[in-house]
Design a protein around this ligand. Structure first.
Ligand SMILES: [Zn+2]
Length: 167
C-alpha cells in the first residue's frame, strides 16, 4: 500500500483501489483489510512495471537531471550528489547525512547506477566525514550485501555491518 496516496494495489491481479484521504485511521485499516481479503486468492496476472532506468548513453548532466526528477531520492543520496558535484539536490537545504540503513544505501546505489561517473568523486565523499570514509572504503562489500538482500528479500547482516562502520 502506498500510504502517502492511500492507493491499494493487488500484486496478484493488479487491481487498484483508492481510499479517500483523509480518513480516520480505523477506516483506513479496515478498508485495507477488506481489500487484502478479497484479493487473497485472485490469479497472478500482473507483473510490476520495471523500475525506470536512465539511458546510459546520455550525458552525465542529463542523467543527473533525470535522477533529480525521477530517481528515488533521500537525504543521503542527495548528500552524495551535493558533496561530489557541488550541485544542490534540493532547493531548500535539508541538511546532509550519510546512509543509516540498507534502504538509504540502496538509494545511493541507484544514484551511482544512473551516474557511475560519481564514483570518481568518492575521495571527496571520503573527505567529507569519517562515516562516509568508512562507507567509501567498504562500498563494494556493502553493495554485494545489498544486491543479495534485494534478491532474497532477507536480512543478511547488512544493517549490522553498516552500524559497525559508524552509520
Ligand atoms: Zn487481486
Amino acid at each position: 500500500m502506498d500510504m502517502s496516496t492511500g492507493e491499494l494495489l493487488c500484486s496478484n491481479c493488479g487491481t487498484t483501489y483508492k481510499i479517500t484521504l483523509p480518513a480516520p485511521i480505523d477506516m483506513f485499516v479496515a478498508q485495507g483489510k477488506v481489500f487484502t481479503n478479497s484479493h487473497r486468492n485472485c490469479t497472478k496476472t500482473w507483473t510490476p512495471p520495471p523500475k525506470p532506468v536512465v539511458d546510459s548513453s546520455l550525458s552525465m548532466d542529463v542523467r543527473i537531471e533525470w535522477w533529480l526528477a525521477r530517481g528515488e531520492r533521500g537525504i543521503s543520496s542527495n548528500t552524495m550528489l551535493e558533496v561530489i558535484t557541488g550541485r544542490m539536490a534540493t532547493r531548500q537545504p535539508f541538511g546532509m547525512s550519510h546512509p543509516y540503513d540498507p534502504a538509504d544505501f540502496r538509494r545511493c546505489h541507484l544514484l551511482l547506477q544512473a551516474v557511475p561517473e560519481l564514483r570518481e568523486g568518492f575521495p571527496k565523499l571520503a573527505a567529507h566525514n569519517a562515516v562516509w570514509a568508512a562507507l567509501v572504503e567498504h562500498w563494494d562489500e556493502l553493495t554485494a550485501l545489498l544486491l543479495e538482500q534485494m534478491k532474497t528479500n532477507k536480512a543478511n547482516g547488512m544493517y549490522q555491518r553498516m552500524k559497525q562502520l559508524g552509520c
